[in-house]
Design a protein around this ligand. Structure first.
Ligand SMILES: Nc1ncnc2c1ncn2[C@@H]1O[C@H](COP(=O)(O)OP(=O)(O)O)[C@@H](O)[C@H]1O
Ligand SMILES: [Mg+2]
Length: 299
C-alpha cells in the first residue's frame, strides 16, 4: 500500500516546478475509474496538439510534444502505437538511465517516454527519488508540452503528477461508477492533498450524445463546486465509437487512422479549447508567424 502524498509534499513539488525555469507546459491526464479511455485520450491529444493546422492547412507554430506513460501498473501507450522501446521509466527509477536518454521518437510527430508494466516502485519511491524524477521531467526543457498519462484512482502516482501539472484533465464516462470515481479523484487532488488552486478540466468520453455528456459534466462540476469549492472547466466530449477499439486493435492512433471521424473531430475541438484558440485566431497567428519568419529570413 503506498503512502499518499501529504499537502506539504504536494506544495513542495509545486514549488520545485515554479522555481525550475522550465518552459514546458505539463498536462496530466487522469481518472477515477480504469478503462475510461485515458491512454487513448492522452495519446491522441498529444498527436493532435503536435500536428494542429490552421484553416489554410498550414502547421500552427511548431510544438514539441512529449507523452509520458506514467501508469506503471498497466503501461500501454507503446502498445497503442506498436512500438517496442529500448528503455522505459523502470530504468530511470532504478537509476540506470537518465530521463532524457529514454525519450523515443514516434512516427506521429511526438516523442514517448515509455512506462513499465507491473511496476509499483513509483508509488513506493521515497521522497528523494520522487523529487529526482520530477526534476528530470523539468530538465526535459526542449518540450513545449509534456502530456502525462497516469494510473486511475487515488494514489501518490496520480497526485504527484497533478501537483506538478499546469493543468489536470479528468476523464470520465457517463457510467455512474465512473462519475462517482471522478469525484473521488477530484476530492483527493484538491482536498486531501491540499493542492491549492488545482487547474482541473473535464472530458466526458464514450458518450452517446452531446446532451448526455453535458448532463454528466454539469453534475460533476456542480458537486465539486458545492462540496469541495473547486472549479472544473468542461472541455467537451468524445463520442462512443467503434473506431477507437478498432484503432487500438490495429495499433494506430484513431486520429491518424480516421482523421475525419467524429472522435477525431472531437479531439481537435478539445485541443483547440485547451490551447484557447479558435480556428480564426489560429489563422491570424499563423499568418503573423509566417510574416515574422519572412522578416527574420527563415522562409
Ligand atoms: N470513445 C470511445 N468509444 C469506444 N471505445 C472507447 C472509447 N475510448 C476508449 N475506448 C476503449 O476503451 C478501452 C480502454 O481505453 P484506454 O484508453 O486504455 O483506457 P484507460 O487508459 O483509462 O484504462 C479500450 O479498449 C478502448 O478501445
Ligand atoms: Mg491507460
Amino acid at each position: 500500500m503506498s503512502v499518499l502524498l501529504g499537502p506539504d509534499q504536494a506544495e513542495g513539488l509545486k514549488r520545485i516546478v515554479e522555481q525550475s525555469q522550465s518552459r514546458t507546459r505539463i498536462i496530466t491526464i487522469t481518472s477515477g475509474k480504469g478503462g475510461v479511455g485515458k491512454s487513448n485520450f492522452a495519446l491522441n491529444f498529444a498527436i493532435t496538439l503536435a500536428n494542429l493546422r490552421d484553416n489554410n492547412n498550414n502547421m500552427y507554430t511548431p510544438k514539441r510534444v512529449v507523452i509520458m506513460d506514467a501508469d506503471l501498473g498497466l503501461a500501454n501507450i507503446n502498445v497503442l502505437i506498436g512500438l517496442i522501446p529500448k528503455a522505459n521509466l523502470y530504468h530511470v527509477i532504478k537509476g540506470q538511465k537518465k530521463l532524457q536518454d529514454i525519450v523515443t521518437p514516434t512516427s506521429y510527430g511526438i516523442d514517448l517516454i515509455a512506462g513499465a508494466s507491473g511496476l509499483s516502485q513509483l508509488a513506493n519511491m521515497d521522497e528523494n527519488d520522487r523529487i529526482n524524477l520530477i526534476k528530470g521531467i523539468l530538465d526535459l526543457n526542449y518540450a513545449d508540452y509534456l502530456i502525462i498519462d497516469t494510473a486511475a484512482g487515488v494514489s501518490t502516482n496520480v497526485t504527484q503528477f497533478a501537483a506538478i501539472a499546469h493543468e489536470t484533465i479528468i476523464i470520465t464516462t457517463p457510467e455512474p461508477t465512473s462519475i462517482t470515481d471522478a469525484y473521488g479523484v477530484i476530492k483527493s487532488i484538491s482536498l486531501d492533498h491540499g493542492i491549492s488552486n488545482p487547474n482541473l478540466k473535464l472530458v466526458v468520453n464514450k458518450s452517446h450524445s452531446q446532451a448526455e455528456a453535458e448532463k454528466v459534466a454539469s453534475k460533476i462540476i456542480a458537486i465539486s463546486q458545492q462540496f469541495l469549492n473547486v472549479q472544473i472547466t468542461p472541455l467537451g466530449f468524445i463520442p462512443d465509437s467503434p473506431i477507437i477499439p478498432s484503432a487500438v486493435r490495429k495499433q494506430i492512433p484513431f486520429t491518424i487512422l480516421s482523421p475525419t471521424s467524429p472522435p477525431a473531430q472531437s479531439m481537435e475541438q478539445i485541443t483547440r479549447k485547451i490551447l484557447n484558440v479558435s480556428p480564426k485566431e489560429f489563422q491570424a497567428e499563423s499568418g503573423w508567424k509566417k510574416f515574422l519568419d519572412y522578416l527574420i529570413g527563415e522562409k
